[in-house]
Structures are given as structure tokens and as C-alpha cells.
Ligand binder design. Sequence first.
Ligand code: SRM
Ligand code: SF4
Length: 560
Amino acid sequence: MPKQSVEQIKAESGGLAGSLADELTNDLDHFSDAAKQLLKFHGIYQQEDRDQRKERGQPKEHSFMIRSRIPGGQLSAEQYLTHDRLASEYANDTLRITTRQTFQFHGVIRDELPHTLRALNQALVTTFGACGDIVRNVIACPAPSNDPQRTAVQAFATYLTRALYPQTRSYHQIWLDGEEILNDPVIAEPLYGPTYLPRKFKIAIAFPGDNCVDVFTNDVGLIAVFDDLGVLIGFNLLAGGGMGMTHNNPDTYARLADVIGFITPDQAVDAVKAIVTVHRDFGDRENRKHARLKYILEEWGVERFRDELEKRLSFRLAPARSVPEFQVEDHLGWHALDDGQWYLGLPIENGRIADFGAYRLRSGLRAMVEQFRLSVRLTPQQSLILNGIHDADRTAIETLIHDYGIKTVEQFSNLRRYGLACVALPTCGLAITEAERVFPSVISEFEQVLTEIGLPNESISMRITGCPNGCARPYVAEIAFVGRSLDKYTIFLGGSAVGTRLALPFMDLVPLDQLTTVLRPVLRAFGETRLDGEAFGDFVHRVGIPSLRILVSSYESAAD
Ligand code: SRM
Ligand code: SF4
């Protein structure tokens, strides 16, 4: 039988149900190709351990990655503890904070999927819509605040997530209630229609001056605008950002979102819904590599896009307001709130929460959340904020941090602090190279180079991914390593530290163990000739990639 396209699978799925319920009861450890596509909409990826495959050869042993949907990264103590418990009961004893403020479980076996999903739902966390051709988890700056205007903006992430939720009952029927599936092919999805979106769709909400969400890399970005009294007056609306590309395919590229206009708070849901429908109606349904909203923006231009949008709205878009320049904010360390409470941002290297020998991160976090009933916020930099700490408990928390060997931001170099790595091997089926597992030692090597050249604590955003899909948003980093072929990376340089400029390809097919060799002369030139206060990315942008390539020509000739 010819392989069905994803469009056919969606169309014939009867509201994303397909044969999932039936296949759950067979005696296999995996799902069919069609069901595998639908699983994604339910927040589940069928995977295999690629280390084991290397060792064992065929046949494959399957397991599943489950992604929660956590708008704005906000979790109650109960929800955090549920995730922590399930990581031991059904997954591989780790929790993975993602670059979009969610948690992923890895290594769940098929028969445990319903138990895991039910337990999450009992804690009021869903996985539905965490993946798939649909609006994903809406992310927002997680910094806690007592300012009701700011908390209202953060709560808008949840509101928007719900407003864009699909209507099908299939998730509940399959995983939660076990109700009979009514395989109705004409399920009413007023927003999405029967074939949902041509591709994934991502939304981020930023505060003025704080681009911790990398707002320009999203399909839709909202930048909150406040008046002089601190009252929210609306959002600057951005559209058409995205990172994914394919090596050697110039029709695919990373792109920063364009500024489309300004909307008031009561226009925001309608405006975002209208953009979703533009993607639904005009996105490429033939070629999934060309199906993201960013290609519509690139091909139409902002004027035509805005015209199409306004046809779908009962109001016209106002011109964007001026907003302060963005800074890098990761919200780590101790911060006082004005009601006498505190929050503490802890760096989590690569977002992986586990116990690592004497560094008992997972146990320590559990102890603190349990004992002090702290709410938790996940950051788009894969780190974690403990919130609601009473002044009187600060010392006890510091003692627990010490006792569990948990590292605080003061123990991280700036390079490590601002680094991001995607999951890659062994679970990601698309990984070409390592990322998360090698990043700590890559950072250590670069820390040494920075020390050698007299810049030991320079702040540079460095990111790594195991393939060009861009899950750690490498194309806005100042230095990025993108998996290219076995143990070899393409180096990108020159994004801005604040995520407002794309990096450019610098050198291709560089072996993992040569990354520092290649970049040492560039970093040395930066140390010697940077302008006062100039950031590394800005230096690269000023000097230009061709001039910097000359510095490493000796490496190229050595490699020849
Ligand atoms: Fe991603 C696919 C992991 C954020 C662009 N991403 C995948 C899959 C599901 C692989 C797959 O399709 O089989 C990866 C699962 C790996 C694993 O074993 O866990 C995966 N993506 C991740 C996470 C966990 C990376 C991380 O280390 O934190 C992030 C989960 C976010 C979340 O909670 O929802 C993650 N992915 C991103 C981002 C960053 C962002 O959104 O801010 C991007 C770039 C932005 C964008 O979408 O343009 C991103 N992921 C992709 C793409 C390329 C999409 C494209 O337009 O071409 C793929 C491949 C695909 O969709 O076909 C992909
Ligand atoms: Fe996998 Fe590539 Fe995403 Fe890394 S960037 S998690 S290797 S899809």
C-alpha cells in the first residue's frame, strides 16, 4: 500500500483519533506509520534508543517521548511533583526542560502511555497539542512579579493556548475516558478545519526590553506595550519567524519575524486567530519543508500579509509602537519581590533534571518544592525558577541547595549560563550528531580558550543542535554548532546576544574535536580588536565573515 501523506492521515483521522485506540490494545510495542503521525498531536513521539540500535542492530525496541503542554512554563508545586514522580514511575528517571518551557519524558513504553497521561491530567496538565500541526505551547517571559499588569500578560499565555485549542474529543476518549470513538470524519473544528494546519505553529509573548523568549523566532510574537503608568495598552504583533532549515536546500531557511502592527489587548485573540487561518488557508500542503508561516511572509511581503489579515478582522492594525531595545535576561539567581517573597532562578545545564552523583539536582529540587510548596517556572533557556519563597525560608533553602550539591548561577561561567543544546542523541530520530551529551565538554574547552585569551567570563551565547532543524534556536546565537554529518558541524557566527539578528554560516563540516581550534583565532581577534563594550556577535557582524575566515585559513589548509 502506498504511504499516506500526513495531509491524508489528518483528513481521514476523524478528529485525530485514527486507529490509535485499536492499536493500543495489540501486542506490539509500537504504532503504525499513520498512527505515529497522529500521536504527535497527542504530545507523544515514537522513538527508539539509537545507542542501543548501534550496539544491537535490528530489530528496533520502541519507546516514547511525551511532552507536556505548560503555557508560559508555569507549574504549581503539585504539578511539578507529579512530573517528578512520573519520571521515575514510567520514564528514564530524568525530566527534560525544553526550549519552549515544557517538560519532556523519555523512554516511556507503549503500555504505560495511558497511565502517564492520566496522571498528568489528574494534575491538570495536558499533553494534547504539545506537538503536531497545530498551535503549540504558548511561551511567555517567566519572571515572577507582583505587578498585576505583568501577571496579566503572563496569564494571557494560558488564555491564548485555550482559545486556540482544538475541539476534538479524541484525546479524552483515547487516553482518559476510554469512551467509544465516534469516527466522525466531519468533526467540527471551527478554527482548524478537518486537516488542521499545514505545519506546526508557535507563539511567544515578550516584555519590552526582555527577549528571553526569542520572540523573533516564532510564527507569531507579541511584545507587550505599557503606558507611562505601567498599564498594558497592547502588543506589537510580529509574524513569520522560524528556525528550521535543511542542509543544501536553499528553499529552506531560518527567518526572523516581521513587525506587522500594534493591537490592543481585546484585539489580540482575534488577530492571532486570523493569522492562524492565513496559515491554514495559504500554507504549503504539498511540501512539508516549505509549509511554515515564515515562507508565506517571505513570499508575500508584509504589505500583502497585512492586507490578507485585515480582510479577516473587523478592525485595522495600528502602526507598531516604539519599544525599548532588548537585553538578555535569564532570570537566574535570587530576586526579591515587593511583598517580602523571593524567587530563585537555578541554571539547569541542557535542561536535564536528574541526579548526577554528588550533584543531586532532581532530589534536591523535589525536596525544596515539597517542603516549601514552591511553585515552579520553566524558562525558555531550559532553566528553572523556584517561586513563592518566604523571606524566613531563604536560609533553609540555601542549606538544601548546599546539601544536595545543587549548582547556582554563581558557579556557572557566563558561557555555560547562556548556552543551549537540543536533545539530539540518543532519542531524537532526526539527530545527525550529538548535542546535549557533548555540550558540557565543548563549553569546558571554550572556557579554557577564553581564559587563555584573557576573557575568562565573557558572555557569549553559544548553542548546539544535532541537526539543522534548530530546536535550540541556533541561528540567533552568537556562536552555533549545527550537526552536519557524523561528528561534524557547520559553524554559524554573528547572531546578536539579544536574538534580533541571524547568524551566518562560517565554516562547514568541522569535526567536533576541532571546534576550538577553528574558533580560537577568531576569539583572539575579538579580544584584541573589539570596540569598547562590543559583544562577540556584534564584532563578527562588524568585521564580516569573509575577513574572519582568513584568520582560520591555516586550519583549512591543514584539513586539506
Ligand atoms: Fe524541535 C522536531 C525537540 C524546540 C524546530 N524537536 C523535534 C523532535 C520532536 C524530533 C522529531 O520530529 O522526531 C525532537 C525531539 C527530540 C527528543 O528526543 O526529545 C525535538 N524541539 C525539541 C526540544 C525538546 C529541544 C530541546 O532541547 O529543548 C524543544 C521542545 C519544545 C517544546 O517544548 O515544544 C524543541 N524545535 C524547537 C524549536 C525552538 C523553539 O520553538 O523555540 C525549534 C525551532 C523553531 C521553529 O520551530 O522554527 C524546533 N523541531 C524543530 C523542527 C524543524 C521545524 C521546521 O520548521 O523545519 C523539527 C523537525 C520537524 O518538525 O519536522 C523538530
Ligand atoms: Fe533533534 Fe535536530 Fe531538534 Fe536536535 S535540532 S532535537 S537533533 S530535531
